[in-house]
Design a protein around this ligand. Structure first.
Ligand code: GLC
Ligand code: CA
Length: 551
């Protein structure tokens, strides 16, 4: 383990630990399977704490591990204050958090407040109760339109395709902005608000250090009748805060209450909002009076392009200064095509990101440049890890894993695939269980067959294959994270404009510099290189698609 105990103790005492932390996202069902049933579990995570510590991250963000029928990969929660029996027990949770803390790692858990699952006790009660009852009022039930109310209350589509309304046997309809199995909660109901405060305290009391808040921007809705039709709204030109379901100002009243709960603890619990809102609105979620930090997905949505990266970095650092939060940076998570793959494809045209068409083709077209993708991903990650603020990593990116593009139809699990009737391929390709060993059943993920099929090329990309190889992506992440601990300084960045438009060169306090060559030609490299994202041929030049750290 490379984390010295003294660092662990210092970090634990520091209420600002989150400001420049590197957080590693675990999608628990696909990380490590301790009991061989094909599904990753909490004991599997505990067994890999040493790996996480030696990687050098500061914290783990755990995607939902709550009881769930997995209609949406666990984001359909049956019970917010328990562990899915397929993943373990509350005792396993305590053991896991104990092991993480002992290794100096923090734990952030995912909270899903916009919707429960349709198996949640409240939703069962709502179905059994009368229209207009207190039980139904925890959700958003409405009568339908047209004769016999047989038409949905509005034309609103679900994020995963199809209508956002589902009819129940007595004829009423309920709102689900995501899958049918994810009924939206009514956040105008005080009982709903109080119950989530109980949930936050439940996990904070168990030692959880922070929360990742799922679709944080959608909780509050304009529930006045009649429900607006989507077709009647000019969505691109709605004034901020006036969308019926998204980013309404009143949502911050909820997070102000959550903040009070976070501040009951020492150190205060942290939170990061998943809020897909206009950049100018993000600061409200990141306010110290609210959740404290918010994801910015700008880099994740950008091509590998110097001007675009620079614009994004500059405005996010400005926003962070204004909100009092630190900035967040992320390239990959459980919802998007892995960045190694995005960067190995030609820049996307139109509204979809790189990888969309490629996924639909089953990973055949446009042709993926596997090596270029990894080279650029490594360069981008090294740049990102030198930025002021927190970096969020997604499991497997430290192995340089590509998206699995050729999952067979009968293996698919994502509701986005089923509800769109295959128009969307969904997110399963970044959720394939991790390869730990070069061979063996499920490449060391467990002793059984993994719940999503792993491709043969996972073996050579496994942890075992990369562990002792100094040129591997895993070795690069380890070296970068360990150096970052030493070089990390105040949250400031100064651009150095010396190498042309296709190079991003910046300086951090204390003499730490990062230079990324996005261009097609090598550029001169100053002396003092401590790390490069790819090997240099000549120590005095930085090749294309490469980042160098200088100190
Ligand atoms: C968030 C999650 C995503 C999930 C959705 C609905 O966007 O990241 O995985 O499907 O919320 O909960
Ligand atoms: Ca298991």
């Amino acid at each position: 383990m490379s984390t010295p105990l003294s660092t662990a103790v210092d970090v634990a005492a520091d209420p600002n630990w989150w400001r420049q932390a590197v957080v590693y996202q675990i999608y628990p069902r696909s990380f490590a399977d301790a009991n061989g049933d094909g599904i990753g579990d909490l004991a599997g995570i505990t067994s890999r704490v040493e790996y996480l510590a030696s990687l050098g991250v500061d914290a783990v963000w755990l995607s939902p591990f709550y009881p769930s029928a997995l209609a949406d990969g666990g984001y359909d929660v049956d019970d917010y204050r328990d562990v899915d029996p397929k993943l373990g027990t509350l005792d396993d949770f305590d053991e896991m958090i104990g092991a993480l803390h002992a290794a100096g790692l923090k734990l952030i858990v995912d909270i899903v407040p916009n919707h429960t699952s349709n198996r949640h006790e409240w939703f069962r009660q709502a179905l059994a109760a009368e229209p207009g009852s207190a039980e139904r009022n925890r959700y958003i039930f409405r009568d339908g339109k047209g004769p016999d109310g047989a038409e949905p209350p509005s034309d609103w589509p679900s994020m995963f395709g199809g209508s956002a309304w589902e009819r129940v046997p007595d004829g009423q309809w309920y709102l689900h902005l995501f899958a049918t199995e994810q009924p939206d909660l009514n956040w105008d109901n005080r009982e709903v608000r109080d119950d989530f405060l109980t949930t936050l305290r439940f996990w904070a009391d168990r030692g959880v250090d922070g929360f990742r808040v799922d679709v944080a921007h959608q909780l509050v809705k304009d529930l006045r009748e009649p429900f607006p039709d989507r077709a009647s709204l000019d969505l691109d030109n709605l004034p901020h805060g006036s969308h019926p379901f998204e980013d309404r100002d009143e949502v911050h009243e909820i997070y102000a209450e959550w903040r009070q709960v976070f501040n009951e603890y020492d150190p205060p619990r942290t939170a990061v909002a998943e809020a897909w809102v206009h950049a100018s609105r993000r600061a409200r979620y990141a306010s110290p009076l609210g959740l404290g930090q918010a994801f910015n997905f700008d880099l994740l949505q950008s091509d590998f392009d110097a001007a675009s990266f620079r614009r994004i970095i500059t405005h996010n650092l400005t926003d962070a200064r204004q909100s009092g939060a630190s900035s967040t940076w992320v390239f990959s998570n459980h919802d998007v095509v892995r960045h190694a793959t995005r960067y190995g494809l030609p820049a996307a045209q139109g509204k979809h990101q790189n990888g969309h068409a490629w996924l639909l083709s089953g990973g055949t077209s446009p042709e993926l440049d596997v090596d270029l993708g990894i080279r650029r991903a490594r360069a981008a990650t090294l740049l990102m890890l030198a930025l002021p603020g927190s970096g969020y990593l997604y499991q497997g990116e430290e192995l340089g894993l590509h998206e699995v593009g050729d999952l067979p139809a009968d293996a698919m699990q994502d509701p986005a695939y089923f509800r769109s009737q295959g128009v969307e391929k969904g997110r399963d390709g970044c959720r394939v269980p991790l390869p730990w060993t070069v061979d063996g059943p499920s490449f060391g993920f467990g002793t059984g067959t993994a719940h999503l099929p792993q491709p043969a090329w996972f073996g050579p990309e496994s942890v075992q294959a990369q562990d002792d190889d100094p040129s591997s992506t895993l070795s690069l992440y380890r070296r970068a994270l360990s150096l970052r601990r030493k070089l990390q300084a105040a949250e400031e960045l100064e651009w150095v404009d010396d190498l042309g438009d296709s190079v991003l060169h910046f300086r951090r306090p204390g003499g730490w510099e990062s230079i990324t060559n996005f261009g097609a030609e090598p550029v001169p490299l100053p002396a003092g290189v401590v790390l490069t994202s790819s090997p240099l041929g000549d120590e005095t030049v930085l090749p294309p698609d490469t980042t160098a750290w200088i100190s």
